[in-house]
Design a protein around this ligand. Structure first.
Ligand SMILES: [Fe+2]
Ligand SMILES: [Fe+2]
Length: 314
């Protein structure tokens, strides 16, 4: 036994592990949600939204998207800790600490955007000033998906079996972070950027550069989170004997909830294209993680959005 009582290996960390590589990438790509999205960019978004001709219902469509994102980031910040306790590999724990910090930064960005852009625009137009926690923005599917995710994560405190871990990754990393969030970025890119996918939208098109910049930074972080989850599920199936049907069933059970969130009847925008996008995205993820030979795509590819800038190119 050496003097650090580490019988497994002589050094503390394994720099060749995928978790260690992702952690280094997280440190390297660190960004500041307060200063790297400059005040001027948010001011510009605010002015453009004040000048935009829009109805209160159209503006509320943007508010709903941001309320859902903000609540989602807050929920994932709160729900990740049990996984840090369940995993006993230090490289993975180090990666999860970076993920936890990043989810907190994402929560901070959406909170800031609401205060600095959304509320002043509502006031300027004479619209009702609403809160990002207002129940009107959260339908039953949304509440159900996040309740189930919280339960799957908290379960790890009592059951850290491979199956319980696989279910937790499926809820958190694959459905919430990968499919739901990715669909949200796609929608934002389509609605608020001239370079996004072309879709028919109500109201005058406006380029919200501050919002798109924030989403671009967040996407870059989420690429690592999703990649980590995919890698772990693939490993649990290939090496730990987790039945791939558990993965299929868990994801299959959750997909209708994603569709129920995206395809909300109160939303003025025809969201068929978003439901199709989410379904296709999930199918592709399933194919990769249930195939032990399939390679997890590079981080940028996991969160690429048509017309969106890849931060890794900066
Ligand atoms: Fe996040
Ligand atoms: Fe995330």
């Amino acid at each position: 036994m050496n003097r650090y009582s580490d019988t497994g290996r002589t050094m503390r960390l394994d720099p060749d592990s995928f978790a260690s590589g992702y952690f280094r990438n997280a440190v390297y790509r660190h960004w500041d949600p307060y200063r790297d999205i400059p005040d001027e960019l948010l001011e510009q978004d605010r002015e453009r939204l004040i000048e935009r001709e829009q109805t209160e219902a159209q503006f509320d469509g943007l508010r709903r998207t941001l309320a859902l994102f903000g609540a989602g980031e807050e929920a994932v910040t709160e729900d990740l800790a049990p996984m840090c306790i369940a995993l006993d590999d230090v490289d993975k724990q180090m990666f999860l600490t970076s993920q936890l910090y990043e989810e907190a930064k994402h929560t901070a960005f959406f909170d800031r955007y609401w205060r600095e852009v959304i509320d002043p625009v509502a006031e300027a137009h004479g619209f009702e000033v609403t809160h990002p926690t207002d129940e009107r923005y959260f339908n039953d599917s949304y509440v159900e998906l996040f309740d189930r995710t919280e339960a799957a994560m908290h379960r790890l405190l009592e059951d850290d079996s491979s199956e319980a871990l696989a279910r937790a990754y499926c809820h958190y990393h694959l459905v919430v972070e990968s499919v739901l969030a990715q669909t949200g970025y796609y929608g934002i890119q389509a609605s608020w950027s001239p370079t996004g996918p072309e879709v028919e939208l109500p109201g005058e098109p406006v380029h919200l550069e501050g919002l798109v910049e924030g989403i671009t930074r967040i996407r870059s972080d989420e690429g690592r989170h999703v990649g980590f989850g995919m890698h772990e599920v693939q490993r649990l199936v290939a090496e730990e004997g987790v039945d791939p049907d558990i993965v299929q069933e868990t994801l299959g059970d959750l997909l209708p909830l994603v569709a129920g969130i995206v395809d909300d009847p109160d939303n003025e925008v025809d969201s068929t294209y978003l439901v199709e996008y989410a379904t296709e995205k999930l199918q592709r993820r399933i194919e990769i993680i249930t195939d032990r030979e399939a390679k997890i795509p590079p981080i940028e590819e996991l969160v690429h959005v048509e017309g969106g800038r890849d931060v890794s190119a900066d």
